[in-house]
Structures are given as structure tokens and as C-alpha cells.
Design a protein around this ligand. Structure first.
Ligand code: ADP
Ligand code: ZN
Ligand code: MG
Length: 473
């Protein structure tokens, strides 16, 4: 059987964090009263004229520079014509053959090197309004009515298009996570998936391994999570391979990805560029970006996350470095290490315990947090978790938690351990018979019995001694 290579290209939209919309002065605000942030321009009253938002142009340039793009000396806005209730002008102002930023790339570090994913373009456009389907599911299917909220209409968007350079669902996911962190650090967008300020469409095809043809692709829309995207890509790759192996052909279509449904039903057949009747926007002049502005913006870009992952991977395992940086935790990690915390321990606490709290790493006092982490082996589990959960509040003092010492006194622990071993004789025999994993069960029982106060390291040491070797029959 032939082996197949997946080919994936991504189209990403991010809302810029500007104060006002792309072509009018209406505020950009998430979850405002519906239709309160509107004016004649974004509602498309006849005769209203657009004025481009300088800040949006600069943000797009900055993002393009971080993606190693060339910034066009001259960029042009085009009208992309289509009719839909969320689009009051019946066209979207977008960019077509003269986009603001072109020909870049983002280098994604991997466990055994790096992969550069080409960026075809990063251009500016405006978002559409939001259709609100009145139905329990929030989806158009089965809705009794559809309302339109024009607040989002005209929000500045950057569209980023990658080359079809991605060859696995995992690389696609890692690319998206790195891109998101890059955007957040540039401070041009919140890039919050849940709020829709970062959305992506995934184009997928497969080809015989070793060939460089580009076969018919399908597009998955409705991606609002990195894991769903990876899952949708895996599923689509498998579907296309099955079709080819059965002698069929793949149709070019847009599929609606629903993570709760095994299928991705077709949404509509893909429009071609000519269907949009693109033409230059007659109400706007071309955008000229002076070289000194480009250089000023370039100067505002700090060390990018991809570079930091590679640097930190010299100290930590690649996976840990990746999780810290894409989680926005590496700056705090470096401070904790500076305070004398073991690098691996600091990474574990941040990636596992701290990340789960949803706390902002910038709000943490590293010196106090370091004290808590260093005291971890001697304090109760509960005190440690409560400490972590408080670490990002202004009033956090490690001492409150580091005083709650764990019970490591063998004389106190032994009777509890003996009682639990006696009550679970069957499990103890199974352990001795080779089921070594049961040690965790016993530690858990002792922790429960002591109300989380026992020192788990001492407990497992004592358990090992008392149980004797675990040897398979
Ligand atoms: P369109 O103009 O129809 O949107 P583009 O050429 O702009 O098409 O490509 C859209 C996206 O699809 C890009 O991210 C590109 O990398 C990707 N893409 C193009 N051809 C393929 C293919 N054969 N397989 C997978 N992805 C593709
Ligand atoms: Zn407006
Ligand atoms: Mg396109």
C-alpha cells in the first residue's frame, strides 16, 4: 500500500487590540450591548466614507515583521463582494494582490531541530457582524430566528496565510500555539480563542509520500481550539487517504468541524476568487508605509518566543521549554531559577500547578513564590496547593503556608500505614506479585487517612519497606 504525506496550510484571523474600528471611530469592545457600537460607516449608510486606522496598520506591520515578512512600500485595499446578512455593505474591505506584508516565515522549534513554515501574506481587513442564532444549540440548524449584532462589524483583522508547508497535525498545532504566543507578546491582539479574537481555518490534502504535487484540498472551518484543530486534521487526513485507496477523488469543499460529531458535514462548495469580483476600494488611497516607521516598529519587537524555546531547551527538555514559553510562563520560570529553585522543579510547578490556577504570572512575587516551592517537600500537599492558588494575589506571603509542616515522623505514620496494609491485604499481595503500580494506591490511602498532612515521600519509603519487593510471578 502506498504511503501518504499530509499537506496542510492555515489561514488565521486575529482581531487587533485597537481602541477603535478599522474604518470608523466606533469602540472595539467585547460583549457590549448589541448594536451599541455602530455608526453610519460600519452600518454602511449611503455616502459614509471609511478612514483607515493608523494604529491597525502599524500593528499589522509589526506582526508581519515578527513573521519575517517584507512590508510592502505600497499596499492597496480591495472590495471583496459577497452578500450575507452580517455584511451590510455587501462587500468587505480587504486586501488582495497588494497586501501589506508578504513572504515571511515562522520557525517552529521541534524536539530534533526546527521547521520553518512559510508565511505567504499577512494582510489587513475588517470583520463582519455577528449572526446570533436563536436556538438552544446556538447554531443555525434548528434556530427559530437569527439576530444580527453589528458591534463586531468593522473590527480590524489581520489575516495570516501560511504556505502548504505543514505535514502533520502536531506541527499544525505547535505552529498555532507559537503564533498565538508571538501575537500576544507583540501586544497587538488578545488572541483569545474562546472570545473569537483568534480563529483559524485549516486546508488539508494528502499526496503520495515523496511527491511534491498539490492535490485537491478541503477546508475545515469553525476551529476554536488547538486540540480540536489537531483532531479535525487527523480525521480529515484519514478520510482522504481512504477515498484515494478506494480509487475515488476528493472534492474541493468546506467542511464544518464538530468535535462532538464523528463526521465533518460539508458546509458549502468553495468560492473561487472570481466569485468575489475583487476591485480596488475607490474610497481609499493606497497605504504607504515609510521606511522609518517600519524600522521604528521593528525596534519595538523583543526576543520572540520561538527563539526563547530554543534557548531554554538548552537547560530543560524541549517539551518543558515549549510548554513554558507557549504558556507565557518562561519569564517567571527564569526569575524562580534566579531565586535558587531547581530549573526542572520550577518548570513542573508552573506547567502543572500554577497553570491550572489561571493566575497571571506577572502578578507573582518571584522571591516569595520561590520560598514556597523550596519548602514543598516539608509542607502538606494542601498547604502547597493553597499557596500556589494564592501566589498571584498581591498579599501573598509564603510563610503562611510554609509553616504547615507535613507529618514525616515515622512513629506517627507507621500505625496508619499498618492499619491500611491490614485492611487491604489482597492489594498488598497483588503488589508483592508484581503490580508495583499499586504503591500509588497505598500512598493515596495514607494521604486520605491523614487528611493530606503526611509527607508522601516518607510514606512511600515506609510502604516499600513494609511491603517488600514487587516481583512478577
Ligand atoms: P484561496 O485563494 O482559495 O483561499 P490560497 O492559495 O490562498 O487559496 O490558499 C489558501 C490556504 O490553503 C493556504 O494556507 C495554502 O497554504 C493552503 N493550500 C493551498 N493548496 C493546498 C493543498 N493542495 N493542500 C493543502 N493546503 C493547501
Ligand atoms: Zn462605526
Ligand atoms: Mg485565501
Amino acid at each position: 500500500m502506498a504511503s501518504w504525506e499530509p499537506v496542510i496550510g492555515l489561514e488565521i484571523h486575529v482581531h487587533l487590540k485597537t481602541r477603535t474600528k478599522m474604518f470608523c471611530r466606533c469602540p472595539v469592545e467585547y460583549a457590549a450591548v448589541p448594536n451599541s457600537n455602530t455608526c453610519p460607516v460600519c452600518l454602511a449608510f449611503p455616502g459614509a466614507l471609511p478612514v483607515p486606522n493608523r494604529r491597525a496598520i502599524e500593528d499589522c506591520v509589526k506582526l508581519g515583521l515578527a513573521l519575517d515578512c517584507a512590508v510592502a512600500e505600497r499596499a492597496v485595499f480591495h472590495r471583496k463582494n459577497y452578500f450575507y446578512p452580517d455584511n451590510p455593505k455587501a462587500y468587505q474591505i480587504s486586501q488582495y494582490d497588494e497586501p501589506l506584508c508578504v513572504d515571511g516565515g515562522l520557525t517552529v522549534p521541534t524536539a530534533d531541530g526546527e521547521e520553518r513554515i512559510g508565511i505567504v501574506r499577512a494582510h489587513l481587513e475588517e470583520d463582519a457582524a455577528k449572526n446570533v442564532h436563536v436556538a438552544a444549540s446556538g447554531r443555525i440548524h434548528g434556530a427559530t430566528a437569527t439576530l444580527v449584532d453589528f458591534n463586531r462589524c468593522g473590527t480590524p483583522l489581520v489575516e495570516i496565510v501560511t504556505a502548504p508547508d505543514i505535514h502533520s497535525a502536531d506541527t499544525a498545532k505547535r505552529f498555532l500555539q507559537l503564533l498565538r504566543q508571538t501575537i500576544v507578546e507583540l501586544d497587538v491582539s488578545d488572541a483569545e480563542l474562546e472570545k473569537g479574537s483568534m480563529r483559524f481555518d485549516v486546508n488539508v490534502s494528502v499526496r503520495p509520500a515523496g511527491s511534491d504535487e498539490l492535490r485537491t484540498r478541503t477546508e475545515l472551518k469553525n476551529m476554536n481550539s488547538f486540540n480540536f484543530a489537531a483532531k479535525g486534521i487527523e480525521r480529515e487526513i484519514a478520510r482522504q487517504i481512504r477515498i484515494y485507496e478506494e480509487g475515488g477523488t476528493v472534492d474541493q469543499e468546506t467542511l464544518h468541524f464538530d468535535p462532538t460529531n464523528e463526521d465533518s458535514p460539508p458546509l458549502r462548495s468553495k468560492e473561487e476568487a472570481q466569485d468575489y469580483r475583487y476591485f480596488p476600494e475607490p474610497d481609499l488611497v493606497p497605504v504607504h508605509t515609510p521606511r522609518d516607521v517600519v524600522e521604528r516598529l521593528r525596534g519595538e519587537i523583543g526576543e520572540l518566543p520561538g527563539t526563547r524555546i530554543r534557548r531554554i531547551a538548552d537547560t530543560l527538555a524541549f517539551y518543558d521549554a515549549d510548554v513554558l514559553v507557549t504558556g507565557g510562563l518562561d519569564q517567571l520560570w527564569a526569575k524562580l531559577v534566579h531565586e535558587g529553585v531547581d530549573p526542572k522543579e520550577a518548570a513542573n510547578v508552573l506547567a502543572n500547578d500554577f497553570a491550572a490556577t489561571g493566575g497571571n504570572p506577572n502578578d507573582v512575587n518571584p522571591a516569595e513564590f520561590a520560598k514556597l516551592i523550596k519548602a514543598r517537600p516539608t509542607i502538606t500537599r494542601d498547604a502547597f496547593s493553597r499557596g500556589v492558588a494564592t501566589s498571584f494575589s498581591g498579599s501573598f506571603v509564603a510563610g503562611v503556608f510554609t509553616e504547615q509542616k507535613a507529618v514525616s515522623d515515622v512513629a506517627e505514620l507507621d500505625p496508619v500505614i499498618d492499619r491500611i496494609l491490614a485492611a487491604n491485604a489482597g492489594q498488598a499481595d497483588a503488589y508483592r506479585g508484581g503490580k508495583e503500580g499499586l504503591l500509588g494506591f497505598f500512598v493515596g490511602q495514607v494521604m486520605k487517612e491523614t487528611g493530606g498532612k503526611a509527607d508522601p515521600r516518607v510514606v512511600s519509603e515506609r510502604l516499600r519497606e513494609k511491603l517488600g519487593p514487587s516481583t512478577p510471578a
